[in-house]
Write a protein that binds this ligand. Structure first.
Ligand SMILES: Cc1ncc(COP(=O)(O)O)c(C=O)c1O
Length: 389
């Protein structure tokens, strides 16, 4: 770990980091691909490296840097964002427990809750978490875990992490916040009262659309031990050394990228909000967002995802996303390149029409991941495709 003397931008590039390769003085942490490590004597050593599933020097550097940036005691880098969700659930839940979850959540997390956890005798109560009162009403003695996402995928709803953190503390429940859209640059859930923060590094943290991974940040040593056991020994799903190198590299430009994402997304959101073919725009940085004040208080950056409702039906919305050139039609988000998706037929395709309706995902919803291209190219691309609708 580095000391507190450095700013976020300096820690992100690795300022002050210990370099175990003192003999070669690598400026960049090398990729240690070795699956196993030689030992001086027979037995299981207390210290040092033994086997890459347990620990690896490249992954350790990434985890330490992410821990500094998240103000966490410990970070575990995992092989996907979903591996972090599974690790936390398998670590903390037993049959008879209840999860209180936001009703607007990433579809994969919801699928895990509805189709997997319930099979283990865990009940999930969904609440509109934009109002902490709803979380308070749903909490009770059997509520072990409270699962929030802020901002949510894809509707960019927020929850007041500090207020929910006070409630979970009163009730002895564990608060987990999915911080994928914000990243630790924009929001540090542990500072706001969450016990655990998870994220998909596949998105903004790596930022170059060339690695799938995730990270769990935790403040408490006992929880950390439990997560380490489940991630490495039960699921066997830590991040590979090569992906750890890629994420550590991407992390160096996180602050600069997030500033550019926000600048471009703000211009795109303002353009869409004024367009006659757009029925509604979701972006926490817009004054019209219902939780804009909370976003301004809780976040240091509004991020790069903008979603909107086209004033048209599903067929027209699909035609619109297919018409775009600079925005590439693809699932995922958070990379330097701008992507677009028709959520109902793409990332939410596994949900039934009724489930999509409950989740507020209409056939007219479009999700944009606004990248680092010039807004002078992004906005004309949107304008031309909207003209065709
Ligand atoms: C909010 C959120 N959490 C978790 C995940 C899962 O991440 P991964 O695809 O890396 O497993 C995603 C993926 O889109 C996401 O948007």
């Amino acid at each position: 770990m580095t000391d507190d003397q450095y700013d976020f931008e300096s820690i992100a590039v690795g300022a002050g980091e210990e370099r175990p390769q003192a003999d070669t003085k690598d400026v960049v942490t090398p990729i240690h691909l070795s699956a196993t490590f030689g030992l001086d004597s027979a037995g299981y050593p207390e210290e040092g490296y033994t086997y890459t599933r347990h620990s690896n020097p490249t992954r350790d550097r990434l985890e330490d840097r992410l821990a500094d940036l998240s103000n966490a005691a410990r970070v575990f880098a995992a092989s996907s964002g979903m591996a972090t969700v599974s690790t936390v659930c398998l670590s903390l839940l037993s049959p008879g427990d209840r999860v209180v979850a936001a009703d607007s959540l990433f579809g994969g997390t919801k699928q895990l809750f509805d189709e997997f956890l319930t099979g283990f005798g865990v009940e999930v109560s969904y609440v509109d978490a934009t109002d902490p009162e709803n979380v308070a009403d749903a909490l009770g003695p059997s509520a072990e875990l409270v699962w929030m996402e802020s901002p949510t995928n894809p509707l960019l709803k927020l929850c007041d992490i500090e207020a929910v953190g006070e409630l979970t503390e009163e009730h002895g429940a564990t608060l987990v916040v999915d911080n994928t859209f914000a990243t630790p640059y924009a929001q540090r859930p542990l500072d706001l009262g969450a016990d655990v923060s998870v994220l998909s590094t596949t998105k903004f943290v790596n930022g170059h659309t060339d690695s799938v991974g995730g990270a769990i940040a935790v403040g408490d040593a006992d929880l950390a031990e439990q997560f380490g056991f489940v991630l490495r020994d039960v699921l066997g799903a830590p991040l590979s050394p090569f992906d750890s190198y890629l994420v550590a590299r991407g992390l160096k430009t996180l602050p600069a990228r997030m500033e550019s994402h926000q600048r471009n997304a703000t211009e795109v959101a303002a353009f869409l909000a004024d367009h006659e073919s757009v029925a509604a725009v979701n972006y926490p940085g817009l004054q019209s967002h219902p939780d804009h004040d909370l976003a301004a208080r809780q976040m240091d950056n509004y991020g790069g995802v903008v979603t909107f409702e086209l004033d048209g039906d599903g067929a027209e919305t699909r035609a619109f996303v297919e018409e775009l050139d600079v925005f590439e039609l693809a699932m995922s988000l958070g990379g330097v390149e701008s992507l677009v998706e028709h959520t109902a037929s793409m990332s939410a395709a596994s949900l039934s029409p009724a489930e999509r309706e409950t989740a507020g995902i209409s056939d007219s919803l479009v999700r944009l991941s606004v990248g680092l291209e010039s807004p002078d190219d992004l906005i004309p691309d949107l304008a031309a495709a909207l003209d065709e609708v």
